[in-house]
Ligand binder design. Structure first.
Ligand SMILES: Nc1nc2c(ncn2[C@@H]2O[C@H](COP(=O)(O)OP(=O)(O)OP(=O)(O)O)[C@@H](O)[C@H]2O)c(=O)[nH]1
Ligand SMILES: [Mg+2]
Length: 496
């Protein structure tokens, strides 16, 4: 005898958060859409694969902020026998269009006999009251089986949105899909799981408002949290850039050398080459650290950086094309970095430091510097500072200090590479699991050129101060603000 009958008859408490089941045919891209929307790039959490039938059970995937669930999504196995399921539901219902009750009966009966496993699993959350997102791959023709899926979903009576996940180039069937969807769904939207950026993710969340008015305030506050979080990420990214630029401009490679080493050409040259290589490896290390930080800020774990492709190939900082590539005229740069050359008068050429051989020998061809940020035979010349009269055990010595590059293009090159990386990392869809390598190729147009002249002037002034080894701390809040603003513009493509 049952002494607590209410336990069985009472409806379960409705979840406090809105719930949406993501449904559709096998392989339509359900898991990919969720992975991108929720920024999950981990296959152990959301499995994505070209093999149909990858998702075999319902998986609760919460959208969380500060560890708190705000919206619950449920990834489901795809419809596998929609036509048969449709007919079975019609049979159960009898005359007229079926309803939620008949779908419920279908699930109960099929579960008992172990039939329609996938359909039962995916319909289950809908019976519990979840809203639904129906994922469509519009490169597929609209066949009867899809009509069957849409019919079944309509019979559940749940609020529903159709999402066109334009997977490939082929969208020849898009129009026929569009023509039919309106009669089955409350809302039709597009969302490309491999390309959706922040704006599209935000728009998708906003559309949920239209299929779940009951939870409007929760959804709205979730969107606010998303905006806040995104702004915070921009700020963290700007901080990464400030630190990288400052550190790179302040970086110096120094060694104390015995006078007798300095006097022998080949020894001196070897030491110099080692130092230049070490200097650029230092810059590379800083860039790597920044890229790692950006990947972390934007929750990417899969992406590997191809450092062979990432560095600059044979870049000529002196060439006019380089200047214009970064949108800087010589005049602007001269103004921005005017004082750099003076650098308190310490930046002397080794050639004028009392050595018999001039710059030609000293700044010889560099090979084996592949790990450096700038690749190729000629690395940009570095400023050289030399002081004599250093007492060493074996006699007199000199202190040789290298860095930063003489050419004022250097920090802009660096900044641009970081901005391009920012754009790639912040805009990359987490559901895209196939190409994991970040190359930041040289054909990227770069973003410094889009910055306002005033922003570049301010940045240039600050960079100069860093290059002189005395960063202007007073300028930092402005630099930070300016970078945050520009990062926002980069996300939007400087269009608006
Ligand atoms: N090019 C492209 N491929 C996509 C997109 N979305 C999904 N795919 C690919 O389509 C295949 C199936 O994606 P899934 O997300 O696993 O599809 P699913 O609907 O969850 O599949 P099941 O769980 O097996 O039902 C994978 O190979 C994805 O990489 C997209 O927007 N663009
Ligand atoms: Mg799946």
């Amino acid at each position: 005898m049952d002494d607590n009958p209410t336990e069985h008859t009472a409806n379960p408490a409705p979840p406090k958060v809105p719930v949406f089941a993501v449904v559709g045919k096998v392989n339509a891209g359900k898991s990919s859409v969720l992975a991108t929307l929720l920024e999950v790039d981990d296959d152990r959490v959301i499995r994505i694969s070209a093999t149909p039938g990858e998702t075999t059970h319902c998986q609760v995937l919460p959208l969380e902020f500060d560890g708190e669930e705000r919206i619950r999504f449920i990834d489901t196995p795809g419809f596998s026998r929609p036509l048969e399921a449709m007919r079975e539901i019609q049979r159960i219902h009898g005359h007229g269009p079926p309803n939620l009750e008949s779908v419920k009966k279908f699930v109960e009966e099929s579960t008992l006999v172990g039939n329609f496993e996938d359909e039962c699993l995916l319909l289950d959350p809908l019976l519990d009251g979840a809203g639904l997102l129906y994922i469509i791959d519009p490169s597929k023709p609209l066949r009867d089986e899809f009509i069957a899926e849409m019919e079944i979903l309509r019979w559940t009576g749940r609020r529903r949105m159709a999402l066109l996940n334009a997977k490939g180039a082929s969208e020849e069937h898009l129009q026929s899909w569009r023509d039919r969807l309106g009669s089955y769904f409350n809302l039709v939207r597009t969302f490309n799981a491999h390309h959706a950026r922040f704006d599209e993710r935000r728009r998708l969340l906003k559309s949920l408002l239209e299929i779940d008015e009951e939870h409007a305030s929760v959804i709205k506050s979730t969107i606010r949290s998303l905006d806040d979080e995104w702004q915070q990420r921009r700020e963290e990214s700007a901080e990464v850039l400030v630190e990288a630029l400052e550190a790179a401009m302040m970086l110096r490679e120094s060694r104390v050398l015995e006078e007798r080493v300095m006097e022998v050409d080949h020894r001196r040259e070897r030491v110099h080459q080692e130092m230049v290589t070490a200097y650029y490896q230092g810059v590379t290390k800083l860039v790597k650290k920044s890229v790692d930080e950006l990947l972390k800020i934007y929750r990417h774990h899969l992406i590997k950086v191809d450092w062979e492709e990432f560095g600059f190939e044979d870049i000529d900082l002196e060439a006019a094309e380089t200047w214009s590539k970064w949108g800087l005229s010589r005049g602007q740069l001269a103004m921005a970095g005017g004082a750099a050359g003076a650098a308190a008068g310490v930046a002397v050429d080794v050639g004028s430091g009392g050595l018999t051989h001039g710059a030609g020998t000293l700044f010889g061809t560099l090979v084996g510097a592949a790990a450096a940020f700038f690749k190729g035979d000629e690395l940009p010349d570095l400023k050289v500072d030399m002081t004599g009269g250093v007492k060493l055990k074996g006699g007199e010595g000199r202190k040789l200090e290298l860095g930063p590059p003489k050419n004022e293009n250097f920090p802009w090159v660096l900044l641009d590479r970081l901005l391009v990386t920012f754009r790639e990392v912040s805009g990359r869809a987490h559901g895209k699991r196939d190409q994991e390598v970040l190359t930041a190729s040289d054909d990227e147009q770069g973003y410094v050129r889009f910055m306002s002249a005033e922003d570049r002037r301010i940045l240039g002034k600050w960079l100069t101060s860093c290059g002189q080894g005395e960063p202007d701390r007073g300028m930092e809040p402005d630099i930070f603000r300016l970078l945050v603003e520009n990062l926002k513009l980069i996300e939007q493509g400087y269009d608006d």
